[in-house]
Design a protein around this ligand. Structure first.
Ligand code: 5GP
Ligand code: ZN
Length: 133
């Protein structure tokens, strides 16, 4: 946890372009942005995965995300909210973070488009997942 880059940003050991902060979360510009205004929102308490978060911390993080999303809706015309968990989902920094990406008409990004697959056994899949709760 000590060599976590985002913890270092919270402790102001490394700089960031801060856009918003409250007692529980910090929002700053992504250093390698997908587009102008691409922001990440992080909890001040270190968690690696969103699935590990305590309810109150998750709740305050999402409040921060909504505030940032409202601001960025006014900065652009739409927003994508993206959260990567685990290496195969593209998580590189192991401190929970939520990307808020302002979107504009014809901006050339393709974040909302994914390949689709048909499954014949939807009922079986549903049962497999229901067991995991
Ligand atoms: P992930 O792929 O883990 O969801 O995204 C991590 C994000 O953190 C990347 O978009 C990357 O550009 C950003 N990032 C990594 N290191 C730093 C940093 O030191 N400062 C800032 N502002 N963003 C960073
Ligand atoms: Zn951390």
């Amino acid at each position: 946890m000590n060599d976590c880059i985002f913890c270092k940003i919270i402790k102001q050991e490394i700089p960031c372009y801060k856009v918003y902060e409250d007692s529980d979360c910090l929002a700053f510009l992504d250093i390698n942005p997908m587009c102008k205004g691409h922001t990440v929102v992080i909890p001040k308490k270190h968690y690696a995965l969103i699935t590990e978060m305590e309810e109150k911390d998750l709740s305050s993080l999402m409040n921060g995300v909504q505030k940032v999303a409202k601001a960025l809706m006014d900065y652009g015309e739409s927003v994508n909210i993206i959260q990567n968990n685990g290496p195969y989902a593209g998580q590189v920094i192991n401190h929970v973070h939520i990307h808020v990406v302002p979107r504009n008409k014809d901006d050339g990004l393709h974040l909302g488009q994914w390949r689709t697959t048909k499954f014949e056994n939807m009922d079986e899949i549903k049962e497999e997942i229901k067991k995991l709760f």
